[in-house]
Design a protein around this ligand. Sequence first.
Ligand code: SF4
Ligand code: SF4
Ligand code: FES
Length: 331
Amino acid sequence: MTLRQFKVWRGDASGGQLNDYKVEVNEGEVVLDVIHRLQATQEPDLACRWNCKAGKCGSCSMEINGMPRLGCMTRMSTFEEDETISITPLRTFPVIRDLVTDVSFNYEKAQEMPAFAPPADLAPGEYRMQQIDVERSQEFRKCIECFLCQNTCHVVRDHDDNKPAFSGPRLFIRAAELDMHPLDARHDRKEIAQQSQGLGYCNITKCCTEVCPEHIKITDNAIIPMKERVVDRRYDPLVVFGRKILRRDQLAATVPSGPTVHAGPVTVADGQAPVDFGRELTPPQPAETNASGHVNLNEMLSDRAAAASPFGDDITFPINPNSLNYYHPER
Ligand code: SF4
Ligand code: SF4
Ligand code: FES
């Protein structure tokens, strides 16, 4: 047992200050243990949110020495014995009291997001998914909604006025997850992310990825792929060129038409069962044109103009395990 020095923020929405405390620390303890001991021995009204003490509920988010962390997963042994450890509430969200903040911003943004849209031709209970269908998006399902990524993102951390237009990294991984979902019938996830969720505000600093306790590669695996696809369509130099030289009537001859087709089964490597997504695909749609009737050239060069999902069409199954960062423990 050692007596260690702490600075803990006490206060509410009207203001507060860092108070000094000396608290007993035992071998193997985490910061949340220290807060509990502080409540038990010196400050019975210290407010702190927590539930599982196992890194799974996402409740105990706080800033420890200025770093967004989970209190229950931050070992005291990672600090020097003579170090003073500061514990403060999340900075991006309004303080309710002491270490408890109002994180409703994140739930409001989640509510604004269009939900999973099941395919019209399948009834509940008829959905069939296989492991390879979720290889890319399974990583995103590990999110425990601790909102450390939201708290870290400079777009809203220092700019409260960006909050109405910016949903944040937690919602970007949800958008990517749904866009990679083989049964989601919406084909405009990345457009929604760009136009309504503020994807364009993100300048891929990767700070959100650095603090994620679930080690989700938020930037590399969700944000950058979505940005690339948006940029492909909007800012490709070929698109600019196409706008100058092509007109709507030239497009008509290049875009295939026909009835709705049923996707799958998808051909896979020898020895593996074929995959049938059981999903109706819309027929290819005419490519976007600008106000003057010119068409984006990259649409015309695509082998599947206006394909259903930009994430789904360039995948070959099974996905190379080396390009995945999630492995099923039994595989
Ligand atoms: S990568 Fe984007 S979303 Fe993540 S912290 Fe940076 S600006 Fe925010
Ligand atoms: S993505 Fe990671 S940091 Fe963000 S809310 Fe989910 S678990 Fe927390
Ligand atoms: S108490 Fe549940 S994540 Fe820390």
